[in-house]
Design a binder for this molecule. Structure first.
Ligand code: PLP
Length: 309
């Protein structure tokens, strides 16, 4: 299912476009919805009767997986770190979908997952395990497909995007876009704006995902050099939100006022603000820029709600 690419406006003499992954028509969309489509294709084709995954109380991934399970009347087991299990619109929806949530200290998440899988198998169940954030080759594949949509759009519209920006977290969105570029041999700059992880670790996780995907999905010889130069992981904009720091929230409100598009304070708001700062800092002008809106709309409402208190 293709998502819309819309022209937003002009920023520093650059034409700015946005690909609306947030409008994928299931459970408020977003990149986790695109990844979940592929995970659940595998689940539907296999002999599975429940799903185990993990994530925080504000996880878009957990909301969507819980919703996909709910519509199939499958049990969904979510292991959640108690350090990040505050009440949010996403956690409320997970409850609404009947997810079975186990909250443990973050240091116990790994063992709790193993125990849950063992327990279910002992009881004769066939659990399907999805890594947090939809990590792994299937998650990467989802964004190779997204890249393909971007290429098709360019061909149809006779346009070329010089830059693609987006929020990068667990890294498979980033990895998929870079793999798409490498497989197509396209010239452009793909810039992941990190929302939390720092270099070198954050970039290394993306590189590992790229190599793992290409090992399984390509017989082209893509050199390590080209993988390295295609992977741009910017960790300068992981802050910008909090007490006395309104840089991200100012960007969120400006984008809503000017373009009518909701961004959130954890992912897309940071990435959009980071993109603007990057374009200013690098003095980039006269280019076609595509921002991929990776979703997280319920977090926009958490932000709004937080504002009134
Ligand atoms: C998870 C998420 C991301 C990051 O995607 P990764 O593939 O984990 O890097 C970006 N934006 C939103 C809204 C997300 O929910």
């Amino acid at each position: 299912m293709k998502t819309v690419i819309q022209k937003l406006g002009v920023f520093q003499e650059n034409n700015l476009w946005m690909k609306r992954e947030d409008l994928i028509p299931f459970s408020f969309g977003g990149n986790k919805a695109r990844k979940a489509q592929l995970f659940f294709k595998e689940i539907d084709n296999g002999n599975y009767d429940c799903v185990v995954t993990y994530g925080s109380g504000s996880s878009n991934h957990c909301r969507i997986v819980a919703n996909e399970c709910c519509r199939r009347k499958m049990n969904c087991y979510i292991i959640s770190p108690e350090e990040a299990s505050k009440l949010t619109f996403n956690s409320q929806m997970m409850e609404l979908f009947g997810a079975k949530i186990t909250t443990v200290p973050v240091a116990e998440v790994h063992d709790t997952i193993e125990n849950k899988l063992g327990e279910l198998r002992m009881a004769g169940k066939q659990p399907y395990f999805i890594e947090g954030g939809g990590h792994g080759n299937i998650g990467t594949e989802a964004y190779v497909q997204c890249y393909q949509e971007v290429s098709e759009y360019e061909e149809i519209e006779g346009i070329h995007f010089d830059y693609i920006f987006f929020a990068t977290g667990t890294g498979t969105t980033h990895a998929g876009l870079v793999c798409g570029q490498l497989l197509n041999g396209d010239e452009r700059k793909i810039v992941g704006i990190s929302i939390a992880r720092r270099n070198p670790r954050g970039r290394k996780v993306v590189l590992d995902s790229i190599r793992a995907y290409l090992r399984n999905n390509s017989n082209m010889s893509i050199t390590e050099d080209s993988i390295q130069s295609a992977t741009v992981f910017i960790d300068d904009y992981t802050d910008g939100y909090g007490k006395d720091d309104n840089r991200v929230t100012d960007a969120i409100e400006a984008v809503l006022r000017n373009y009518g598009v909701p961004l959130d304070a954890t992912y897309t708001g940071k990435a959009f603000w980071g993109m603007e700062q990057y374009l200013i800092k690098e003095n980039i002008k006269g280019k076609n820029i595509l921002f991929i809106h990776t979703g997280g709309t319920p977090l926009f409402f958490d932000y709004l709600k937080g504002k009134e208190i």
